[in-house]
Design a protein around this ligand. Structure first.
Ligand SMILES: [Zn+2]
Length: 151
């Protein structure tokens, strides 16, 4: 990495330490030519996740929005905020690990449903009813039936 002061190509690392979170490395460097000092950080690089909406629009993935959706579904259930946060993190980790950084909103909905199914049945059915946009009571009953069959 070039020196930011004189552009010299050679710098040496004076000190290198992992920060308290364990996720960042901080390095103090010195230019071998002008002796100028600077700091560099090494962090994980995750690309932003994009959501493709039903109408084809592309939108940057919004963690808060997903959490809000889950919170709504979990209203008046025993699911804790911590569980909800964990569910969101699990989904994000899955997406990042798969390297699939463009996901359809349908896929996102499925991932949320997967998580809610494990957390709470009421929340799951609530979310499903919004996500699947039930027009008829039959469709709704179908989901409830599926849920019972899987038990
Ligand atoms: Zn320099």
């Amino acid at each position: 990495m070039k020196c930011p002061y004189c552009g010299h190509e050679e710098t040496r690392v004076l000190d290198s330490r992992v920060d308290s979170s364990g996720f960042t490395i901080r390095r103090r460097r010195e230019c071998t030519k002008c002796k100028g000092r600077f700091t560099t950080y090494e962090r994980y690089e995750f690309g932003p996740i994009f959501v493709i909406k039903r109408d084809g629009r592309r939108e940057k993935f919004d963690r808060k929005k997903m959490l809000n959706g889950i919170m709504k579904a979990c209203e008046k259930t025993s699911v804790t905020l911590e569980d909800m946060e964990k569910a969101v993190d699990t989904i994000i980790n899955k997406l990042q690990k798969s390297g699939n950084l463009e996901v359809s909103s349908v896929e996102i909905g499925k991932l949320v449903m997967e998580q809610l199914k494990e957390l709470n049945e009421v929340a799951y059915v609530r979310f499903a009813s919004v996500y699947k946009d039930f027009r008829e009571i039959d469709q709704f009953l179908e989901v409830v039936k599926e849920l019972k069959n899987e038990k």
